[in-house]
Design a protein around this ligand. Structure first.
Ligand code: CA
Length: 660
């Protein structure tokens, strides 16, 4: 070996040693993230330190249940390492006070107590990531529908409770600190829409948030304190939250840094609305803002035998197809509007992106793991705390179709979006999925299916493409003879699956029967001055279409109204009148459909019950007749006593059809 080659060898050894050291610190040498198929438009002005968060609170329960995660080469990998390699810089973990019953059985949902958070925190630290600590101040799930006080605090007055909240927060944060965890943000309460920890007045909520904030400043003085709400589509509520908090902040209570929101695109309004309300709050009160929870579906299918919150029905607002590309476009566009449309926007956090099936071939097989390891959203043991909901409807993951992993633990291409947003990955747009078509067909008229459907391209643009429908003459005849019903016709366009939702209907003599034109032709008479009584545009709360007549009122006995429509040119004959209603918290009710002829009531339906969200009931007047030239008025009378939280309901799809 000559002198020169020896030198070269030495140099190479040095390089190798450095590489070795590097690998010792960081595990593996980070490979450049690339994708041949995923379309990602660059997000301009993206700050280096923009928070790309991932909530994986359930991960330890998942791993205990046997779930494994793989990298893009198909090699088993550490989830935290994989996320870090793909541009995630922050992990979020929820913390419940005591999600166990007296015998030590976990309530599920990851059994997320502080022990769980510390374990997650250690792995976060080992990958050089930061942690957002999400305190629910409850023994189990806290969200807009539920803010239950921890059992150990239930007999405390507010003074004792705020002392307990301070001590609990401080103790938890100290444990994280001792474990070497870089906590960059602490969330004091989770989706606290007007309630928290069993308290419902803003003063008491502010006391508790303040306790959490003070504990944070003591243990992690550099960390940001965040408040967190849901439903940004209700902009007035958001204004109220921010204003109330500002009032208490002015009075020395609850100094916070970040106003954070959940934003699930299929429920929470438009991106424009999101950025407008966050901008308003950021600028009015001098706060940072962020999307603390979001997710999107890559499929309509469930994979763990436990129903999902969002599925493949026709009744969901779909800004993007349920595909990995759809997920990526959703994440990218939220990021873009937070970076470029929302001053003081500091980050986004994806919710439970790794909460996939525990892998069994039946619900029973999975159920055993959910019970034993807490890997479902709730176990039967949750009955010890929340018998009416979790203790009754316990099960598996409701978001396995919104993960960034498939059912086998392999990462979806969409996981790369966090990294690829920084420099862009604008591949040539190709069809990603076909938009659903919809047709309403009178039972007495021929069925006309559309000749084209919209292809959703990978860049989320639309292109009309020819479609062929799979339907026989015999099927079409049966649809006409089968009475009013909904059908899904399958088709094919550009080699991809297409669907047409067909509603076979009887001719309806009402105008704007489904409130899609804003209630045109309807007369709504408010007899008690309800807080809210109007046509609402919210697809998930509509029986069909995207609008319905909505009512809500806080005070007892403040709901009494009629909604009616007069038909002047109804031909002679026998007719049937029906409409549908759902709602909740209504207490004693008096609700019925009625028919008036020339001002005289001639028929009335039976009482229509109100029994809960999405539980529609029909009020039916089975038959009425009327003399020629008469004025026929059909309507619904609604009176609700209310059951404490404000009576609410939705009315949709009124039908006047002939009966022969
Ligand atoms: Ca599921």
């Amino acid at each position: 070996m000559g002198r020169e080659s020896e030198k070269k060898m030495r140099r190479m050894m040095t390089v190798l040693m450095c590489l070795g050291l590097f690998m010792g610190c960081f595990g593996t040498v980070k490979a450049e993230i690339a994708s041949e198929s995923l379309y990602v438009k660059k997000v301009e002005n993206l700050p280096e330190d923009f928070i790309f968060g991932m909530d994986i609170s359930s991960v330890l329960s998942e791993e205990a249940s046997g779930v494994k995660y793989y990298d893009f080469d198909g090699k088993e990998t550490d989830l935290f390492r994989l996320l870090a390699d793909n541009g995630i810089n922050t992990i979020r973990v929820r913390i419940w006070n005591n999600p166990y019953d007296d015998e030590g059985h976990g309530f599920g949902g990851g059994n997320c107590d502080i022990v769980n958070a510390v374990e997650i925190g250690k792995r976060v630290a080992s990958c050089g990531l930061k942690l957002i600590a999400d305190f629910h101040y409850s023994d189990f799930w806290a969200d807009p529908g539920k803010q239950m006080v921890p059992r150990a605090w239930k007999d405390m007055d507010i003074k004792e409770k705020k002392a307990a909240a301070f001590a609990f927060t401080k103790d938890c944060l100290q444990q994280l600190k001792e474990a070497g965890v870089d906590v960059c943000m602490v969330q004091v309460g989770n989706e606290t829409n007007g309630a928290m920890c069993g308290e419902k007045t803003w003063m008491n909520i502010a006391y508790l948030m303040d306790a959490g904030a003070r504990a944070t400043r003591e243990v992690y003085p550099e960390a940001l304190v965040a408040v967190h709400f849901a439903n940004p589509e209700n902009t007035d509520s958001y204004r109220t939250y921010a204003k109330k908090l500002d009032y208490y902040e002015q009075n020395g209570l609850i100094h916070y840094d970040v106003f954070a929101t959940s934003y699930y695109p299929y429920w929470h309004g438009t991106l424009e609305n999101l950025s407008a309300i966050l901008t308003e709050i950021a600028e009015t009160y001098g706060k940072k803002v962020m999307v603390m929870e979001t997710s999107y579906a890559f499929t309509g299918e469930d994979s763990d035998y436990s129903a999902n919150t969002i599925g493949d029905g026709g009744n969901v607002v779909k800004d993007y197809p349920f595909t990995p590309q759809g997920q990526a476009n959703s994440i990218r566009n939220i990021t873009d509007i937070i970076v470029n449309g929302t001053p003081a926007g500091i980050g986004i956090c994806y919710w439970e992106g790794a909460w996939i099936t525990v892998g069994g071939d039946s619900r029973e097989e999975n159920q055993e793991k959910w019970e034993k390891y807490g890997s479902g959203w709730a176990s039967s043991h949750a009955a010890a705390y929340d018998p009416k909901d979790a203790g009754k409807y316990y099960g598996g993951s409701a978001v396995d179709n919104q993960a960034l992993f498939d059912a086998a633990g392999k990462p979806l291409e969409s996981l790369k979006v966090f990294w690829l947003m920084r420099k862009g990955n604008e591949t040539d747009p190709v069809p990603d999925a076909m938009e659903d078509a919809a047709v309403i067909c009178d039972l007495n008229m021929p069925l006309e299916l559309p000749e084209t459907v919209n292809a959703v391209m990978t860049d989320n643009s639309r292109r009309a493409v020819p479609v062929t429908w799979e339907i026989t003459e015999e099927q079409e005849r049966q649809m006409h003879e089968g009475g009013p019903a909904q059908y899904v016709i399958a088709g094919e366009a550009w080699g991809k699956e297409a669907r047409c939702f067909v509603s076979m209907v009887e001719y309806n003599y009402l105008t704007d029967y489904s409130f899609e034109d804003g209630g045109e032709g309807w007369v709504v008479t408010d007899l008690k001055n309800a807080d809210e009584l109007y046509v609402e545009d919210k697809k998930t709360d509509s029986l069909t279409g995207s609008k319905h007549l909505h009512f809500w009122s806080a005070a007892k006995d403040s709901v009494e109204f009629t909604a009616e429509q007069t038909i002047r040119d109804l031909p002679e004959g026998k007719f049937r009148f029906a409409l549908s209603i759902m709602g909740g918290d209504c207490g004693d009710t008096d609700i019925y459909a009625y028919v008036r002829i020339n001002g005289e009531e001639v028929a009335r339906s039976e009482q229509i019950p109100i029994t809960g969200y999405n539980d529609w009931h029909e009020g039916i007047v089975p038959e009425f007749a009327h003399p020629a030239g008469s004025e026929v008025t059909v309507g619904i009378y609604v009176r609700c006593q209310g059951a404490g939280n404000g009576a609410w309901g939705k009315i949709d799809d009124a039908m006047v059809n002939s009966v022969q």
